[in-house]
Design a protein. Structure first.
Length: 582
């Protein structure tokens, strides 16, 4: 079933085709001009005017001076204060023997210290390893040992979690703890090095250490959120991160051209950041652009809709989002009318598919433009971007690729390129693709091929190059030889007025192999029965795609750090049915 378009647009839109917009934006001498360089033996289109490395970006951020960079509760840190803390910490790390190629791991909440630590590491030419702050002690131990980190920086909560694992971390020579109420034996307090965020402005005016860094030098290890086996460390470069700054600007400029409007100068924006910085969407697609433009990031200790609305009203927040659930909770909250949310210009999200109805509601309820895109840890976030009228017109798409990226849909053999409209595995190429997996040559060789990354996503492209993510290959349900793409069924369920969150999974079946089942969270005050939702689906798509069972949950569905629903955790809701089918 097609649900597009959802909004009636200017009949003369678009004023410019995607190709003409790309040609104009990337013309010689333009801000988004491209060049071709050889990256790991592969000629690759890159943004010619992107910063060389994270150190250059840090220097640029200092020019924003007294503009507020981060806000957490009553802690307000400006760019100059953050730079001074970063330079001071970088010198301290250098004094601990940290140099080019060394790994420094850190795990903490979204705190003002997070970007300070990240840039202190990377401006030394060392490799930042931002660990998932939701991990258990054993998982943190794995990431620290797998990366070979020689210095570890954690907040007090994470220190408590790893306390019993420290003896197993043989390679860690220095342990630094932030925000501990009491001194901890055998550790250094981060505050003894840089003080608290409220005193960073009083730190000495010193320059950061200067190191020769090539754009394709190693910069980060972000661990994937794999649902089977140990996570893999995606080894990213300075170019990967700098690419995202230009890609975000390019996508925004393209929307203005498509609308027939002049492209405005970049303006600092205030963003409410509610997804963790250890995820590439927040770090690469948000933090990097914020530093370049002089914007403000507001952190929350925990997502809570009323507190978020208070912040939006008080701080004049322009952009928020992260995952679709956040947008739904703002839209459906019964107290929303009590707050002035008129400053919101965009609600963007990634990491999880969203209902077409959500795209429409963001526009209608807030007068804001929805935003979405596609990327993964292995692409350091943005490969495609979808926003404005393009998203309103194609609410089930993840948008077209940015100018430096290429997409192909390939058959199962990994070679044959399929034509528009056909479903196959999505392959992506461009300067945002990471080098490979840390210390995993076999997995790297299987996933990264001649500059391409094979994503594991099933997708199709339309005639204009817009990509539609159909499913994860491993999430597709195969019922009696018929492919059922979970996202198709989920989109139909999302279209029901009572459904706020849902996921479709496969249940084993003795003769059919698998059958589809669904887990659903209903909007506050709404009701729906299993039979009602099954009938809703059956009326709109083929009967064999209808969930054979639906379970209702009181809370939104469990998600990992990347915003993806953890479908493996949902199967236990159907144990009674699986037992009966065995």
């Amino acid at each position: 079933m097609s649900t597009e378009p959802v909004i009636a647009l200017d009949p003369n839109w678009p004023k410019v085709s995607l190709k003409d917009a790309a040609d104009e934006l990337t013309a010689p001498g333009s801000k988004f001009e491209m060049a071709t360089v050889t990256i790991r033996g592969v000629p690759t289109r890159v943004w010619k005017n992107a910063p060389n490395d994270l150190g250059q970006l840090l220097d640029l951020s200092r020019t924003h001076g007294e503009r507020i960079f981060t806000i957490l509760d009553d802690e307000r840190v400006d760019y100059e204060a953050s730079y001074r803390a970063t330079a001071t910490l970088a010198r301290a790390l250098k004094g601990m023997g940290v140099g080019k190629g060394d790994r420094v791991a850190f795990a903490m909440r979204n705190l003002p210290e997070w970007p300070v630590i990240f840039f202190a590491i990377t401006t030394l030419g060392a490799i930042a390893v931002p660990l998932n702050a939701w991990w258990t002690g054993a998982e943190l131990e794995y990431g620290i040992n797998d990366s070979g980190a020689k210095v570890l920086i954690v907040d007090a909560e994470r220190h408590e979690r790893i306390r019993d694992h420290l003896a197993a971390m043989k390679g860690v020579a220095h342990l630094i703890v932030a925000r501990s109420r009491e001194p901890i034996e055998g550790t250094t307090a981060l505050e003894d090095i840089i003080g608290t965020s409220k005193t960073w402005a009083d730190l000495p005016d010193i320059d950061r250490p200067r190191v020769d860094i090539d754009s394709d030098d190693d910069a980060t290890i972000f661990y994937t959120s794999g649902t089977t086996g140990n996570p893999k460390g995606a080894l990213g470069t300075h170019r990967n991160l700098m690419t995202n700054i230009m890609s975000g600007g390019y996508s925004s400029a393209r929307s203005f051209l498509r609308r027939g409007e002049p492209i405005p100068d970049p303006t600092p924006r205030v963003g409410l950041t509610v997804i963790p910085l250890f995820h590439v969407t927040a770090c690469s697609a948000s933090l990097m652009g914020t530093l370049a433009s002089g914007g403000t990031l507001i952190f929350m200790r925990k997502w809570e809709p009323v507190q978020a609305m208070e912040i939006i009203e008080r701080e004049g927040v322009h952009i928020t989002g992260g995952v679709p659930t956040i947008a739904w909770q703002l839209i459906e909250h019964p107290d929303r009318h009590k707050y002035d949310l008129s400053s919101i210009e965009a609600i963007a999200y990634g990491g999880a598919p969203s209902a077409p109805e959500l795209v429409k509601k963001i526009f209608e309820e807030f007068g804001a433009l929805p935003g979405n895109g596609w990327g993964m840890t292995e692409t350091m976030a943005t490969v495609t971007h979808h926003g404005g009228e393009d998203y309103l017109n194609r609410p089930t798409s993840a948008g077209p690729p940015v100018a430096t990226a290429d997409l192909e849909i390939r058959a199962d053999n990994g070679v044959t390129v399929l034509p528009p409209g056909e479903v196959g595995e999505l392959w992506a190429r461009g300067p945002m693709i990471v080098k490979g997996y840390w210390n995993k040559p076999e997995a790297s060789a299987e996933t990264f091929v001649d500059g391409w990354v094979r994503t594991g996503d099933l997708a199709r492209l339309d005639d204009e190059g817009f990509v539609y993510i159909v499913d994860r290959a491993k999430d597709m349900v195969i019922r009696g030889g018929e492919n059922i793409y979970s996202s198709e069924v989920e989109n139909v369920l999302y279209a029901h007025p009572a459904v706020t969150d849902c996921a479709v999974i496969g249940l084993p079946h003795r003769t059919l192999g698998e059958e589809p089942a669904a887990v659903v969270h209903l909007a506050p005050g709404e009701t729906a029965s299993e039979a009602e939702l099954q009938a809703w689906v059956r009326e709109r798509i083929a009967a064999f795609k209808t969930p054979v069972a639906i379970r209702f949950v009181h809370e939104t569905l469990p998600r990992n750090a990347n915003g993806k629903i953890m479908k493996k955790d949902l199967k236990g809701l159907f144990e009674d049915r699986e037992t009966a089918a065995a």
